[in-house]
Design a protein. Structure first.
Length: 642
């Protein structure tokens, strides 16, 4: 059969295809996903699981007019392939190519750039309210949300609002028994009950066989559908939670039965009021190993060889160790040494590489699901009781718990340790995942101490220091391979608010935060070869800042360059300027280098750092430019802010 996927320029083209051709398109979509993984790492298992659901939705609704939000968005690939992006699809997650998440700049079919979980139901409710307000009442509103994201508090806030407004909205619960790792908590147990006792599991009849007995149109269709729903509810007591919340519940149904999905969606399209359709899918469906091990295949390494029927023969072996590895090892060691230490994560056990911790210390490992606000408040309670909680969450996800960091932790001055993974540019995951705002949002709070390791050797001593500290404290580190600084001796011990002087240069110095320190050391070496002696200070602490060391540099040296893999707005460089101002120093010799005031697109981390001048070449060029400008003014005390 000739390739069909390449002929689909928009979802309207799907209506020209027969059932057999639609099944072939589903196969071609899965083949295309496998081909991408032979080029680069990407989200995989989640996309394999929604192929039929994606096709059924686009065959039922006209999302050129109607509204569709994919929650979290990492399962957007099939949607991209049928909304005019097939030709450019293999550029996904590369600089200048397609984003791995929804992106309104790419297509009108992408309404929001969704990279965090849980907000889809709220935004679809807002879209429906806006459309109704402006007289566009004929627009349908659909949110697709996974069972991993479903326990997020904002989901139930949105359910409460939609039910109160009696909005015509469809929420599709894509239940694959997973987030990235297996789901946890009471909602998981409830959905397991629905799965075990419901139509799909309890009887071997397909949804399509049952729906064939229901008329397609008119009052008879509505009556039959309601009878089916009420009968199942009476027998199995499925969906009672959602019914009590004001949603009419249908399901669970087979999410890989394309014909059945199309028929029930067509019937639900005629319904009024809030509706929840519970769809059962298999993460990794269509690729044997991905279905068997969806955790590994969530975002797997590149496939080096693929056999018949998409069976993966070989995967690229892992490379050098990353900061996440050494932090997880330090957490494990701390838990071995002290029975009071516990670790909390928000559905990111694999991402934070805590599998060994979970296996060895199950009673002190807590996965709250995608509920970051709850995780932080939960940790505050543990700390108040005398435990030593470590909250291990990505920088970009931790900001969802801003209020709890303030109210429950910092205000109470509780000893909660925050380890902020992916602090800095997260590479191909793009702007929804770049962890570049944690320095401003954490340093706002009184009582908060903030650290960043300059290299691998700083990590374990920093965690030990943090666990002994009597107050809230954070450690930020990037999604990057480990560095080892070229010191003349052993690293200086970790002391509160003390930086480490790697070298002191008479022509100026770099004051580096975190793993930018190694880049600064390399830049200083290159400048030294040209006769420019720049020193390097490993700041280690954002708060409290080492005023003695850093302000001495500002006062005595002709140039001080602050370097951070975080936003310049309110960041580490701003903290240095604030300290200099408070000390009455002339800080016109301070040059700040960091993330500019814009959202950084996706791409390889090294490419992105080079684009904004945070690589060795960029830092060398910045120092030379500054010196040239100062020479033109016959002074080395000019003003410059990067």
């Amino acid at each position: 059969m000739a390739e069909l996927l390449s002929q689909i320029q928009s979802p309207a083209d799907l209506h020209k295809l027969s059932d057999a051709q639609l099944a072939a398109v589903a196969q071609e979509i899965r083949d295309e996903l496998v081909k991408v993984l032979s080029i680069r790492s990407a989200h995989f298992a989640s996309n394999l699981g929604v192929v039929e659901l994606c096709l059924a939705l686009h065959l039922t609704y006209d999302f050129a007019k109607d509204r569709l939000i994919w929650d979290t968005g990492h399962q957007i690939y099939p949607h991209k392939l049928i909304t005019g992006r097939h030709k450019t699809f293999r550029s996904i997650r590369t600089k200048g190519g397609l984003m791995g998440f929804p992106n309104p700049a790419e297509s009108p079919y992408d309404l929001f750039m969704t990279g965090h979980a849980g907000s889809s139901v709220s935004t679809i409710s807002g879209l429906k309210a806006g459309d109704d307000l402006l007289g566009r009442t004929d627009r349908h509103a659909v949110a697709v949300i996974g069972d991993g994201a479903f326990p997020s508090g904002i989901v139930f806030e949105a359910f409460n609002n939609i039910a109160g407004l009696k909005q015509n909205a469809l929420v599709v619960l894509n239940d694959n028994e997973m987030s990235i790792c297996p789901r946890t908590g009471g909602m998981a147990h409830y959905l397991d009950h629905c799965r075990a006792t419901g139509l799909y599991q309890g009887s071997k009849r397909t949804l399509n066989q049952i729906l064939n007995q229901i008329p397609l149109v008119g009052e008879a269709a509505r009556t039959s559908l309601e009878s089916l729903r009420d009968g199942l509810k009476a027998v199995f007591k499925n969906g009672m939670l959602f019914e009590e919340m004001g949603f009419r519940y249908f399901g669970p149904v087979d999410g890989h039965d394309l014909a059945g999905l199309r028929k029930i969606l067509k019937l639900l399209k005629t319904q009024t009021g809030p509706v929840l359709l519970h769809v059962l899918t298999t993460k990794g469906h269509g690729v044997p190993q991905a279905a068997e091990d969806p955790v590994t295949f969530h975002s797997p390494p590149v496939f080096e060889e693929v056999g018949p029927e998409r069976r993966i023969v070989a995967m690229k072996k892992g490379g050098a160790k990353a900061y996440t590895d050494v932090v997880s090892a330090a957490i494990h060691a701390a838990m071995a040494a002290d029975p009071k230490v516990a670790v909390l994560t928000a559905a990111m056990c694999q991402g934070n590489k805590l599998e060994k911790v979970r296996a060895d210390y199950p009673t002190r490992f807590f996965d709250t699901g995608i509920c970051e606000s709850h995780a932080v408040a939960f940790a505050a309670g543990m700390a108040k009781a005398g435990a030593k909680p470590i909250v291990d969450i990505y920088s970009t996800f931790l900001q969802r718990s801003f209020d709890q960091i303030f109210q429950e932790v910092a205000l109470q001055n509780l000893p909660v340790v925050f380890t902020l993974d992916r602090a800095g540019l997260a590479g191909p995951d793009g702007p929804t995942h770049h962890g570049v705002f944690d320095v401003p949002y954490m340093r706002l709070f009184p009582n908060m101490t903030m650290m960043a390791p300059g290299d691998e050797l700083d990590v374990e001593p920093m965690l030990r220091f943090a666990l002994a500290h009597n107050g809230p404290i954070s450690i930020r580190y990037p999604k990057a391979n480990l560095d080892r600084l070229d010191r003349t001796g052993d690293p200086a011990p970790i002391e509160l608010g003390k930086a480490e002087v790697i070298d002191w240069g008479e022509d100026g110095c770099f004051v580096a935060l975190g793993t930018m320190t190694a880049t600064c050391v390399a830049a200083a070496k290159r400048l030294h070869a040209d006769g420019i002696h720049m020193g390097v200070i490993n700041a280690r602490f954002v708060k409290p800042l080492d005023r003695e060391t850093i302000l001495r540099a500002v006062e005595l040296l002709p140039l001080v360059v602050t370097v951070e893999e975080g936003t310049l707005e309110g960041g580490f460089g701003s903290a240095v300027l604030e300290a200099a101002n408070a000390a009455g120093l002339d800080a016109r010799n301070v040059l700040r280098k960091g993330i500019p005031d814009k959202f950084i697109e996706h791409g390889d981390r090294a490419e992105l750092l080079a684009d904004i001048g945070l690589d060795v070449d960029g830092l060398v060029a910045a120092v030379r430019k500054y010196r040239e400008e100062c020479a033109d003014r016959d002074s080395l005390s000019g003003y410059a802010v990067g």
